[in-house]
Design a protein around this ligand. Structure first.
Ligand SMILES: NC(=O)c1ccc[n+]([C@@H]2O[C@H](COP(=O)([O-])OP(=O)(O)OC[C@H]3O[C@@H](n4cnc5c(N)ncnc54)[C@H](O)[C@@H]3O)[C@@H](O)[C@H]2O)c1
Ligand SMILES: O=C(O)C(=O)C[C@@H](O)[C@H](O)[C@H](O)COP(=O)(O)O
Ligand SMILES: [Zn+2]
Length: 368
């Protein structure tokens, strides 16, 4: 088992990475302030991993309340959040009752938000079961629900007390979801870790074949990168915004297509390609760099062309981004391959990037 530490003073926590960790419930039970926990999951993950976790905790004397939500990005809403509160109140869950998120980023983001506000804050543990959640969403304490007008618009920063990433759960993850997680992994290479980007280029086939050693390394290195950045800037006053590489365009794609049509990782992938096109137009990366970026993203089974809903619609959607400051949209751009920065773009460069990186086919194929 590998351990990555997220250093946040009194709010520091461990990220445990390895196979078959679900059965090792003592790492969870040791943290519970009372022998009571609610496991929040969804209908898909419940059939696969809820019972083993309930059994492992029950065997350690923990009273478990399962809360099973509908599955899908379209359910990352107030209504679904309320189902968590209904269940917690119905079972008289207390301030010391721990909420455990068992699932992907949707379950993790909603459970974290519920933990932040239920009785003004209860303990919270993340058990991510998608690649995306293991390398990104379970780490760092961003929690949220969507609004019809924008992604993750209502939420809070609220750190878990433990992240337990059981790589064995990825054995059942569908290929499209696995690829979605690869987008956030590639993101770390492009933010500021060229050596990791080059390692990914060399090992993409092993990763896509889910080779255990390659996967363990990629998850650990991703968590190290994220933990370092969040440790420097927990509440996104500066450097943490780099973790939004590909997301200004990507969130616009997710919202514009309708939540759940394009997966989050797919939006991020096409969004990173658009950011690369913009950086190329600014003369900061070369054609060869652009080819390397699109080549790796394509090899990970991800889209390299964004849906074409036109400059005006993209501009309208991106105006809702959380990085907007005094009306100015911020983008994460590439200074060179493997080094990103937070900047702004003129409308001409945004238009140029969209012209180069959008395709009507990308809309049609994803709706097919
Ligand atoms: N908080 C953050 O820092 C952060 C970071 C990145 C993404 N996010 C959010 O995370 C969400 C995307 O997360 P995601 O990609 O995990 O999607 P998801 O949570 O929708 O999970 C993807 C699908 O895989 C299923 N699934 C989960 N685990 C499985 C398993 N082991 N085997 C088989 N199926 C399984 C789920 O039921 C779902 O159908 C988005 O809402 C995004 O905004 C948040
Ligand atoms: O942890 C962060 O910070 C990130 O930006 C990670 C992103 O991958 C993630 O999708 C996050 O939820 C986006 O944040 P948002 O503030 O733009 O909603
Ligand atoms: Zn993301």
């Amino acid at each position: 088992m590998r351990t990555v530490k997220l250093e946040l003073g009194p709010d520091s926590y461990d990220i445990l990475i390895g196979r078959d960790l679900l059965a090792q419930a003592e790492r969870i039970s040791a943290l519970l302030p009372q022998p009571r926990a609610a496991i929040v999951t969804n209908t898909t993950v419940a059939t696969l991993y809820l019972q083993p976790l309930v059994d492992a905790l029950t065997a350690r004397g923990v009273d478990v309340l399962p809360i099973v939500l509908p599955d899908g990005e379209q359910y990352k809403t107030w209504e679904t959040l309320n189902l968590i509160f209904d269940a917690l109140l119905g079972a008289r869950a207390e301030r010391k009752t721990t909420l455990i998120a068992l699932g992907g980023g949707v379950v993790g983001d909603m459970t974290g938000f519920a933990a932040a506000v239920y009785q003004r804050g209860v303990p919270f543990i993340q058990i991510p079961t998608t690649l995306l959640a293991q390398v990104d969403s379970s780490v760092g304490g961003k929690t949220a629900i969507n609004h019809p007008l924008g992604k993750n618009m209502i939420g809070s920063f609220y750190q878990p007390q433990l992240v337990l990433a059981d790589l064995a759960t990825l054995d059942t993850l569908p290929p499209r979801e696995f690829s979605a997680g690869m987008a956030e992994i590639i993101k770390y290479g492009l933010i500021d870790d060229l050596a990791f980007f080059e390692w990914l280029e060399a090992n993409i086939d092993a990763l896509m074949a889910r080779d255990v050693a390659a996967l363990t390394y990629a998850v650990e290195r991703s968590c190290q990168n994220k933990a370092r950045i969040v440790g420097e800037d927990e509440k996104e006053q500066g450097v943490r915004a780099l973790l939004n590489l590909g997301h200004t365009f990507g969130h616009a794609i997710e919202t514009g297509m309708g939540y759940g049509v394009w997966l989050h990782g797919e939006g991020v992938a096409a969004g990173m390609v658009l950011a690369a096109h913009a950086s190329r137009l600014l003369g900061q990366i070369s054609d060869a760099d652009l080819q390397r970026i699109t080549g790796l993203i394509r090899a990970a089974g991800l889209p390299v062309q964004a849906p074409d809903f036109g400059y005006e619609r993209y501009a309208e959607l991106m105006a809702q981004d959380k990085k907007v400051d005094a009306g100015k949209i911020k983008f994460i751009l590439m200074q060179k391959l493997g080094q990103s920065y937070i900047g702004t773009l003129t409308p001409d460069i945004v238009r140029g990037a969209l012209q180069a990186g959008c395709s009507a086919d990308a809309v049609a194929s994803s709706l097919a």
